[in-house]
Design a protein around this ligand. Structure first.
Ligand code: GFB
Length: 425
């Protein structure tokens, strides 16, 4: 019986392509294949790009766990409608992951598929179960946090509503044809992996969407499975190429000179800490916009940031600084005035690059250039900075050349340095 069912389910060619387990091994032996199940997810609309990357890792490792039982595939939620992506004259919605990330690399960790391919495979935009994660209305038990999970009434009226045809409609990444057949709220305190029994025992549906996935934590933080998910999250090659070209042209930086070679398969890349030298420039990530407007104590004024940069340039006997920032041009000009006598670079995308890769791609190019500098200084509490720290770890930089940040105006000049997370292979 299993054999017959399997053949029916696998009639689509695209689906046949997906019969690969992590590592690329074929996952089907006659009579043993299990029907595919699909895990979709989404994140609170207000969250930024780099926290979303972290949530991806949590869900990817949930899928890894689910794969021990069933043939689960992770459906990548299209990118779009992000608060920080403000450039006009471009449609920043329904963006596939392949625009920003190397999907083949993701697939080496867990099987993934773009949402549009999922719709082709299943033949429609339907999701069987939409599970909306929420906190407990009553808060923690006796003021104590403990792991727990219960299906509950929704705390707030859901924005997903059932129409006359019994379909739940709402925001599915800008695809008007997408809908859910069922909708439920699940109160949870715990990590992503805690959802595994619920998904394998309580739900038998073929496709399940976990909404508000940021609610669940990493199963293990900083251990090897955390880093495997992180290592698989490689930027798309065209974006890395653009960053590399900028390094060569303006920063006298190349992988061979800087000792930052990239192997095609991330699983084979395990550089020792300190092996990377980096290009002859300092890179900084200066988070402004909402960080500066909200007077966060971690934000340094431009003169204070410039003083820090000059001190380091002198110490390291370097002349060039690359500035990644979301600051308006007027602030970049001010910073350049404060850094007079030094070569200050920032990446301004040509129109063709901006049109093709949009604000998300330009930010990645900035991160990639920062990742290759001799020395890096970031902004405290910014996930954009955190992802650069990790990228540098994976290239083999010494933590001392990476885990540095500006001290905000509201902090002493010897403010606490960022926490160091060593890569575990
Ligand atoms: O990535 P992100 O979540 O980092 O959000 P934070 C910041 C976004 O601003 C990036 C743009 O994804 C970019 O679109 N951006 C910031 C930059 N820095 C740069 C840069 O150096 N270069 C370029 N090209 N773009 C969190 C937000 O931001 O801060 C939360 O996610 C919230 O929504 C919180 O606002 C206060 O962790 O820095």
């Amino acid at each position: 019986i299993l054999f017959i069912v399997t053949i029916q389910v696998r009639s689509e060619t695209l689906e046949d392509d997906l019969l690969f387990a992590p590592g690329g091994q074929l996952n089907m032996k006659m009579g043993q294949a299990k029907p595919q199940r699909f895990l979709l997810y989404d994140v609170n609309p207000g969250e930024g790009f780099n926290l979303r990357r972290d949530v991806y890792m949590r869900i990817a490792n949930l899928v890894k766990k689910l794969q021990e039982r069933d043939n689960w595939v992770l459906v990548l939620p299209p990118w779009g409608r992000l608060y920080h992506w403000k450039s006009r004259n471009m449609q920043q919605v329904r963006i596939p992951w392949s625009t920003f990330f190397d999907v083949e690399s993701l697939n080496r960790h867990v099987p993934v598929v773009e949402f549009e391919d999922y719709m082709k495979i299943t033949g429609e935009g339907a999701i069987d179960e939409h599970v909306y994660l929420q906190s407990y209305k009553e808060g923690w038990t006796n003021g104590k946090w403990e792991e727990r999970m219960h299906e509950r009434e929704c705390n707030d009226p859901p924005t997903y509503q059932k129409n006359g045809e019994g379909k739940y409609r709402g925001w599915y990444w800008g695809y008007s044809e997408a809908y859910a057949r069922n909708f439920r709220c699940l109160s949870i305190q715990g990590s992503a992996g805690d959802l595994a029994p619920f998904l394998t025992k309580n739900i038998t549906a073929r496709s399940v969407m976990i909404d508000r996935a940021e609610t669940v934590l990493h199963d293990t933080f900083g251990r090897s499975d955390y880093w495997e998910a992180r290592r698989s999250l490689r930027f798309a090659k065209p974006l890395r190429d653009i960053g590399d070209e900028f390094r060569r042209t303006y920063l006298d930086s190349s992988d061979s000179k800087d000792k930052t070679p990239i192997l095609d398969d991330w699983r084979e890349m395990k550089p020792t800490a300190g092996s990377a030298k980096g290009g002859p420039y300092i890179a900084v990530h200066l988070r402004r916009q909402d960080f500066a407007r909200n007077n966060r104590k971690e934000v340094a004024s431009l003169p204070k940031a410039a003083t820090h940069i000059k001190k380091k340039l002198k110490e390291l006997k370097l002349k060039k600084v690359f500035v990644a920032t979301d600051a308006p041009a007027s602030e970049i000009d001010q910073l350049k005035v404060h850094l007079k006598g030094y070569e200050v670079y920032n990446y301004i995308p040509p129109r063709t690059v901006h049109d093709r890769f949009m604000d998300g791609g330009v930010a990645i190019i900035d991160q990639w250039i920062c990742a290759h500098a001799r020395y890096f200084i970031g902004t405290g509490q910014s996930t954009f900075t955190f992802r650069i720290f990790e990228e540098r770890q994976l290239l083999g930089f010494d933590t001392k050349m990476t885990y540095n940040r500006f001290c905000g105006d509201g902090e002493p000049t010897d403010c606490d340095p960022p926490s160091v997370w060593a890569v575990v292979y």
